[in-house]
Design a protein around this ligand. Structure first.
Ligand SMILES: *Cc1c(COP(=O)(O)O)cnc(C)c1O
Length: 420
């Protein structure tokens, strides 16, 4: 079920007095409740932890809340490692799953004591030369043709990530020879996947690989990381992933393959981002213009720079017009932003109630890969992020960008003396 926007139209309009439109709003209460649901669903798993994929919502105020709910941080860049540290997430509560990684990032991950998850067999030597191999090391497995892909992430055999089936066995031996003592195994093969059996299949694939690695090398894998990719209902007709069912079915395979082969306990962790915050964020904006040409257009004060998913992937984001929820949705609009790009559309031929200038438009499910994917093309500024606290107050957790932020990397004084 799609989550309801938690504020009334009047409450929202009073927020515009303090914060410029548009903004993203996140709901602390629902984020916490969902984090607890996730933890409870998988509590039988030895060492279960969700490492929140920071890229989904890289805001340290949110990360601090998630830390309190028992989550770690899944980082893939220098900035994300810094955010984890600022949020008080340290040591093996940080998973460093990156690719095409520079040495300085490995160095910072090592310094923080993060679990390093290598993307390639050649990175063992690269890491060893740069900063030495850690005691604990994990590898990212790419199953190639052995696993179907899905729309966002594509087919595994066409994905740039991870080690092949043949390489991964060899990689553990090389790592052991270089002094690694503890081993993890990771995969990330889906994105926004709602099908329970897909996630069960991913766990089974790793269980089988743990057995094979143990047989081939004698190495005992201590932890598997199932990656992220749990889907969320973007469309009112979508269902949620049945976490309890996934958990029950994974347990069956765990008992058979891991317990049955004497390989228990095996820690099981995940790296979900989208399902942790996605449904609990909304992009709030206003209608700036209505125009009628070959189609009818509603131009918002938000653009693709505030929410790139529809333009980038053709993703559906549900739209609520505050105060007009009950009116007949009998007008067809393309809902656009001001970018000089014709894919700057939040919705194409969407049936909505009749719109007027000033209407408050809420785009749903922007709590993950929303503000985070923002950019400044066409001189667009990124919006503020607001948090609806559990006590009902609204707190700003990131201010909106200003023109000074936008021009901060230019030197206009130097320009004056510059001869063209
Ligand atoms: C993006 C990503 C995730 C999180 O994916 P979600 O779809 O947000 O759950 C986890 N791990 C890695 C390596 C990723 O790149």
């Amino acid at each position: 079920m799609l989550r309801q926007y938690p504020l009334t139209k009047a409450q929202t309009i009073s927020l515009f007095e303090k914060y410029p439109s548009p903004f993203h709003l996140y709901d602390e209460k629902q984020i916490r409740a969902n984090a607890r649901r996730l933890k409870k669903a998988f509590e039988w798993m030895p060492g279960f932890k969700n490492y929140f994929a920071v890229k989904a919502l890289p805001n340290p105020f949110i990360m601090k809340i998630l830390k309190e709910e028992g989550m770690g941080a899944d980082c893939s860049s220098l900035a994300e490692l810094v955010l984890a540290a600022k949020s008080g997430i340290t040591g093996e509560n940080i998973m460093f799953t990156s690719n095409d990684t520079p040495a300085e990032e490995f160095a910072l991950a090592r310094k923080h004591g993060a679990i390093i998850n290598l993307d390639d067999i050649t990175h063992i030597e690269f890491l060893d030369k740069a900063v030495g191999v850690p005691e604990m090391l994990s590898f990212r497995y790419n199953p190639g043709r052995l696993k179907e892909g899905n729309v966002i992430i594509g087919k595994p055999e066409e994905a740039k990530y991870g080690l092949t089936r043949d390489q991964i066995i060899e990689a553990y031996s090389i790592a052991r020879d270089r002094g690694v003592k503890r081993f993890g195994l990771h995969t990330m093969v889906a994105s926004n996947e709602l099908a329970e059996d897909y996630h069960v299949g991913t766990a089974r694939m790793l269980f089988e690989l743990v057995v094979e690695i143990s047989r081939a090398t004698g190495i005992r894998i201590e932890m598997i990381d199932l990656g992220g990719g749990y889907g969320i209902p973007y469309h009112p007709g979508d269902k949620e992933v049945d976490l309890e069912m996934v958990s029950r079915l994974i347990k069956k395979d765990y008992d058979e393959l891991i317990v049955g082969n004497g390989l228990a306990p095996l820690e099981i962790v995940m790296e979900n981002g989208r399902m942790v915050t996605g449904p609990f964020g909304w992009l709030v904006s206003r209608v700036r213009h209505i125009k009628n040409i070959y189609r009818r257009y509603a131009g918002l004060d938000a653009s693709m720079a505030n929410l790139m998913r529809p333009g980038m992937y053709g993703s559906y984001h549900h739209i609520t017009v505050l105060g007009k929820e009950k009116l007949p949705h009998d007008h067809k609009y393309d809902v656009t932003g001001p970018l000089c790009e014709n894919n700057d559309k939040f919705a194409v031929e969407r049936m909505l109630p009749e719109l007027e200038i000033g209407d408050v438009i809420v785009l749903h499910c922007t709590g993950a890969h929303g503000h985070a994917m923002g950019f400044n093309y066409n001189g667009q500024l990124r919006s503020a992020e607001l948090l609806l606290r559990e006590n009902g107050e609204v707190e700003q957790i990131r201010r909106a960008e200003t023109l000074d932020d936008y021009f901060a990397t230019l030197d206009f004084e130097k320009l004056e003396g510059f001869k063209a």
